[in-house]
Each structure stands twice: as structure tokens, then as C-alpha cells.
Unconditional design. Sequence first.
Length: 83
Amino acid sequence: VPDDLTEIEGIGPKTRQVLAEAGIVTFAQLAATEMTELDRILEEAGFRLAFPETWPEQAAYAERGDWSGLEALQERLDRGRRV
């Protein structure tokens, strides 16, 4: 069952579709994806303004169901990037 990856700050509907096409549809899969792989997926899709550096960390919170932890992390982010 796919998760709603748009819960991850920095992932919108188009990015979610690109990730799905690469086989990433759950929080667990996103949490386990290496940054180099995310960079490759986004580059091949022409997404130059996506900042995936915190996506696996955010996805790990979501996968555990730690929504308050995810929210606390997201308060320190801007479009998925640490500020």
C-alpha cells in the first residue's frame, strides 16, 4: 500500500510521481534510499530545485508513526532543507 509521500516536506505531487516511477512509494522505501540514488532519480527527471537531503530522515519518522517528531523536524526545514 503506497504512503502519501507528500507528507514529507519538499515532496509535492510531481515529485511523488517521479519517486513512484522509480519504485519508491512507501515511507520505509524512502527512508532506506541512499542520497546518491535520490539525486540520480531527480536529476534524470530534470528536477533541479528539489532538495532531498532530509527526505530519508523525515520518512523514517513517518514510517515509525512519529508524527510529532516529524512535525518538530519540519519546523526546522525550508522546502525540505535545514535552515
